[in-house]
Design a protein around this ligand. Sequence first.
Ligand code: PLP
Length: 379
Amino acid sequence: MNELKVDFNRPVVVGREFEYMKQALENGHISGDGPFTKKCHAFLEQELGLLKALLTTSCTHALEMSAILLDIQPGDEVIIPDFTFVSTVNAFVLRGAKPVFVDIRPDTLNLDESKLEAALTPQTKAILPVHYAGIGCEMDAIMEIAGRHGIAVVEDNAHGLLGKYKGKFLGTFGSMASQSFHETKNFTSGEGGALLINDPSLVERAEIIREKGTNRSRFFRGQVDKYTWVDIGSSYLPSDILAAFLFAQFEQREKIQLHRKQVWEMYQAGLKEWANRCEVQLPHIPNHCEQSYHMFYMLLPDLELRQKLIAYLRERGVYSVFHYLPLHLSDMGRSFGGEVGDCPVTERVSDQLVRLPFHNALTSAEQELVIDLLQEFPF
Ligand SMILES: Cc1ncc(COP(=O)(O)O)c(C=O)c1O
């Protein structure tokens, strides 16, 4: 039995996190929108060439803000890929929307743009492409369809910070996009997120919604002489202590991304032949996409083998996980009319997918162990 234990994820300090957290305290400003929050905003805006970034307490909350900003009302419909995290859909269902689940492409596991048009109705108010594993959705087709029908696009870019589609950063296509800084992401503050805004008409209201429905941000900029309740909203600002931690990670962007690229490529090189032989599907990166190196997943031939593989690795100290159950077959999904067979690709992929250990401190010795164990897995 091997002694080495390989975590699926391990949050690690990569730079000046503790120094900056101490500095946040010394600044005398540890609530939201302090100096480190502003540095994070500037980083995201400059790096992505973005109009406006607003840190939030999670990606879930950024999505909730986007649903409020789009004035989603009961009876409105939103297009959601069936294969995603519950937050993509919940943020809109909270406002009374009806989710319309669309199946995914079998190659990239992203929203199948060829099925989009048939899912639209006069009630459709938003399309939510999710860049799964930080590999871009077919944004040309999605933006063309959305534009022709006058429907908003909100990119759920939880996985995709710094990934690109046809040379343009993910998160800069839709009127808005959401980011996650949860501990499993490339850049983290434990829990955290951001709303990215590309449509200038949404900026002022976004600041208000994020500040409990008040015009506090305008007050602090000296644009109004008092602040008051002007809209609905909530408290979506993270503490500047979290922003300090996150900014230190942003500063190490090159180191983090280089390490993750090496991890991804080592899995890919080490498993390519084995996968071919055993009919295991590895991630597909279209030529026009630059991925964010967020995860390494594999599709096993069937559910039984997938479960066997996860158990086999676990017995040997290696933690791998599956991802996303089909949303239309969840209790909530069924309450919106979901039935077996509605989204066959998601139904199949959800049974087959396994994610391998992947984090900012994963060593090549740990990866070698994972690769060796997979080669020895009795199919
Ligand atoms: C596609 C997607 N959207 C949203 C979220 C929610 O992110 P958070 O935990 O920051 O709210 C996740 C979580 O990992 C996700 O995978």
